[in-house]
Design a protein around this ligand. Structure first.
Ligand code: NOJ
Ligand code: CA
Length: 579
């Protein structure tokens, strides 16, 4: 990319025109270059007025996503489910959830994606099923039922549960079942019994299900809590220091890598797929065990170190920019030469990116959302953008407990508040910032009633700020958050260094500015992001000099002259420069 071509582009908010690309580096793959957009179908777009998003609603918005620059859609679970956990409790892995439509709707949606050159990955939720799955209905009937061994059954101990494992959604991870008097294991809700991966029949059922969807034409999977599939030998009690974070034990079963290698051998290696594991409980040191390509397990994982930087369970903690940078640097190192990473700032389990890491006050919301977009799309890792973040959608103004829908909240309310351990107001003040429901409110398509999401009553309230923050107005406005995302994706696609280039944090201790370079061969780019409401004069270290501006988020006041060695960064300014 010649600097002269860049300088011809208009300064503000420009994405430079297509120019011949540098050779694709070795190790390149479509899933490294792709930008993924997560659709949470329940909240995306309702076409039949029942207040619940549906597959036809997704099909209707494919042009919107294509124009944005999305290559791959990750669809949160679309399978038949009684919805104890919004589809993460699957009753039938080969059937579409009735509220979302039919298999014909699915096939049409997929065909329309393909027509537009987009791919689809779906959610593989196989640590657990629904208790209404036929396997579990059979399994619970008797100790000698042929499906008994599909799940994890144990006798109680001393008149209580077999061990002290806690469930993520409150209470014990064991439920006593009346039919046989034994307990079954559920790391999540009671209605989400854990499957027994020790049983080869279970593994083969999972592999068959994967083939079923791959043969239909999906391009891979996001794998729900996949490190949890192998349980600890003996299922002993957790020591006291592990009780608050059982994920570090649940994610460390002795056979997890054996299972993933088998899955790869049996299924994944036979298709052109992309896989991303939700790696809750996996440490930086362990990450390469999942993602080192030589081990033939997964392509990449979601690290939680960024989205959980300021969390202790449901509690919100303060965070400082150097901590965020340290997490990025660590994640980048774990990718190493043979692995690959993801880059994401939110999803359906976390608060909205701009409310979490930016500044969602009316004055700074749009510019800080654009700054975060710049950061997310210039990391070395496949970006996963969550629906609505491209508009800078914010957290919801929750008041009381009755405003929440999430099964996790109900369990915590029972365990902490109703038990008298935590005052209601204290819990609620944290929950407003940490709740998963923040991200699950419906997409804000327009200023029409209910943000244009539904003509009926939405299953979860629409954020009242839809009159100001919505897709229709942003698509019309070249200076919007939406168009900044679009330009960033375009720049990323045309700049191999921003995809594959080495990442280097230039100033890890700086509490205000995130400054890093991305380098591939003789191409070097600098990203500067001001995380404050103040102007910050930033002097470039190491004798670096700016050659040209590639893309700014609209905050910069005047162009930087070629050769400049310092920049006066405006509040929340985020700029990509070529060096
Ligand atoms: C992780 C999913 O992202 C979350 O939404 C779900 O509640 C749990 N896994 C259980 O499936
Ligand atoms: Ca609907």
């Amino acid at each position: 990319m010649a600097a002269v071509a860049l300088s011809l582009a208009p300064f503000y908010g420009s994405a430079y025109a297509a120019t011949p690309q540098a050779p694709i580096p070795p190790g390149a793959a479509w899933w490294k270059e792709a930008v993924v957009y997560q659709v949470y179908p329940r909240s995306f777009n309702d076409t039949n007025g029942d207040g619940i998003g549906d597959l036809n609603g997704i099909t209707a918005k494919l042009d919107y996503l294509k124009t944005l620059g999305v290559d791959v859609i990750w669809l949160s679970p679309h399978f038949d489910s009684p919805n104890a956990d919004n589809g993460y409790d699957i009753r039938d892995y080969r059937k579409v959830m009735a509220e979302f439509g039919s298999m014909d709707d699915f096939d049409r949606m997929l065909a329309e994606m393909k027509k537009r050159g987009m791919r689809l990955i779906i959610d593989l939720v196989v640590n657990h099923s629904s208790d209404e799955h036929q396997w579990f209905v059979e399994s619970r009937k008797s100790k000698d039922n042929p499906y008994r061994d599909y799940y994890i059954w144990r006798d109680g101990k001393d008149g209580g549960a077999p061990n002290n494992y806690p469930s993520f959604f409150g209470g014990s991870a064991w439920e006593k079942d009346e039919a046989t008097g034994q307990y079954y294991l559920h790391y999540f809700a009671r209605k989400q019994p854990d499957l027994n991966w020790e049983n080869p029949k279970v593994r083969n059922e999972v592999y068959d299900t994967m083939r079923f969807w791959l043969d239909k034409g999906v391009s891979g999977f996001r794998m729900d809590v996949i490190p949890f599939i192998s349980k600890q030998n003996g299922l002993s009690d957790l020591p006291a220091d592990k009780l608050a974070h059982p994920e570090f034990v649940y994610a460390n079963g002795p056979r997890v890598h054996e299972y993933l290698q088998e899955m790869n051998r049996e299924v994944l290696s036979r298709y052109d797929t992309m896989t991303v594991g939700e790696a809750f409980g996996v440490t930086f040191e362990q990450a390469p065990l999942f993602t080192d390509a030589r081990r033939k397990e997964l392509n990449m994982i979601f690290h939680f170190d960024i989205v959980r930087l300021d969390r202790d369970g449901w509690r919100k903690k303060d965070w400082m920019l150097p901590q965020l940078k340290a997490a990025y640097a660590q994640i980048d190192r774990t990718g190493g030469t043979h692995g690959w990473n993801t880059s994401f700032l939110s999803n359906h389990d976390n608060p909205r990116a701009v409310s979490h890491f930016g500044d969602d006050s009316p004055e700074w919301r749009a510019v800080s959302a654009k700054a975060l977009a710049t950061m997310m799309l210039t990391q070395r890792g496949t970006p996963f953008l969550y629906q609505g973040d491209e508009l800078g959608m914010t957290n919801y103004p929750f008041r009381g407990i009755e405003d929440y829908n999430d099964v996790e909240v109900k369990g915590q309310w029972h365990d902490f508040v109703e038990s008298g351990k935590v005052p209601a107001e204290e819990y609620l003040s944290h929950l407003r910032q940490t709740s998963r429901d923040n991200a699950r409110t419906p997409m804000q398509w327009s200023a029409a009633p209910n943000g244009g999401f539904t003509s009926g009553k939405p299953w979860l309230a629409v954020n009242p700020n839809y009159t100001r923050i919505n897709a229709a107005s942003q698509v019309e406005d070249a200076g919007s958050v939406y168009h900044h995302y679009r330009r960033l994706m375009e720049v990323r696609r045309q700049t191999p260094a921003l995809i594959h280039g080495e990442f280097r944090d230039l100033d890890p201790a700086n509490p205000k500015v995130f400054a890093y370079t991305r380098t591939l061969d003789d191409k070097r780019y600098l990203v500067l992001i001001n995380f404050t409401r103040e102007t910050v004069v930033y002097g470039l270290p190491e004798g670096l000099k700016i050659a040209a501006t590639v893309l700014d988020n609209g905050a910069a006041q005047q162009p930087v002259q070629p050769g400049a060695a310092s920049v006066s960064l405006q509040p929340w300014q985020a700029t990509i420069y070529e060096l």
